[in-house]
Design a protein around this ligand. Structure first.
Ligand SMILES: O=P(O)(O)OP(=O)(O)OP(=O)(O)OC[C@H]1O[C@@H](n2cnc3c(O)ncnc32)[C@H](O)[C@@H]1O
Ligand SMILES: [Mg+2]
Length: 215
């Protein structure tokens, strides 16, 4: 038996802000929002600043990004805080996933850093290289109400990275049950097929859409 998620305050059809400055995430949200009748605008296109991510959890950072965009725009805003968590590294880079790539957003370097740390820990066997992607979405209304949605997908941190699709750490992550990394998948495959969400973002979005969006 599957649990039917309880509905939350529904988002009336209209404009919604995607409170992200990451082009890879924005592409994925465009795909995910496409079946619904909303006008989606990005924070960047509205000239909204990128808030400093001072939280120590995905939830706190998602909430501060969504609140900032909703307050500044007067529109409902959806933010995503996400990251790559390597279990043998105590969950690093986790909430610091973007920062490990530095100001140049050098994810080849960030993936190499992870590999060096795994190597130093003697983690060569796939069983020692368990990892997950986590995404927390926050929907904030201009009146200050917020709702949070979490999605996770577990798999293996592979080396060397494989594939040039997606963004960020995608080439280093092979989800359980798949022989390819996210970097080797099309966007549709990363979202998941036959109605089953695969990526962390698609899983969090499935909960959000079922509870808040009008079909
Ligand atoms: O905060 P915004 O503006 O949304 O953009 P950001 O890139 O800074 O996003 P985060 O603060 O949430 O940092 C998460 C980082 O984790 C990585 N990440 C998150 N989801 C990912 C995915 O689906 N595939 C690959 N890497 C991902 C990616 O490199 C992000 O930069
Ligand atoms: Mg960020």
């Amino acid at each position: 038996m599957t649990d039917t998620p309880s509905p939350l305050r529904r988002l009336e059809p209209g404009r919604i802000v995607l409170a992200s400055h990451n082009p890879g995430k924005l592409r994925e949200f465009d795909d995910l929002m496409a079946p619904y009748g909303y006008e989606v605008v990005s924070a960047g296109s509205l000239g909204l600043p990128e808030p400093e991510e001072t939280g120590t959890t995905f939830e706190a950072n998602a909430e501060l990004k969504a609140r900032a965009a909703a307050e500044a725009s007067g529109l409902p805003a959806l933010a995503d805080d996400s990251g790559f968590c390597v279990f043998a590294l105590n969950g690093d880079p986790g909430v610091y996933s973007a920062r490990w790539a530095g100001p140049e957003k050098d994810f080849a370097m960030a993936m190499r850093t992870i590999e060096e740390k795994l190597h130093a820990a003697g983690a060569t066997d796939p069983a020692d290289r368990r990892s997950s992607f986590v995404a927390v979405l926050c929907l904030a209304w201009p009146d200050g109400e917020v709702a949070l949605f979490r999605g996770e997908v577990e798999g293996t941190a592979v080396w060397p990275p494989r594939g040039s699709g997606g963004f960020g750490y995608d080439p280093m992550f092979q989800p359980d049950g798949e022989s390819r990394t996210f970097g080797e998948m099309s966007a549709e495959e990363k979202h998941g097929q036959d109605g089953t969400a695969l990526s962390h973002r698609a899983r969090a979005f499935a909960d959000f859409s079922a509870r808040c969006l009008e079909a």
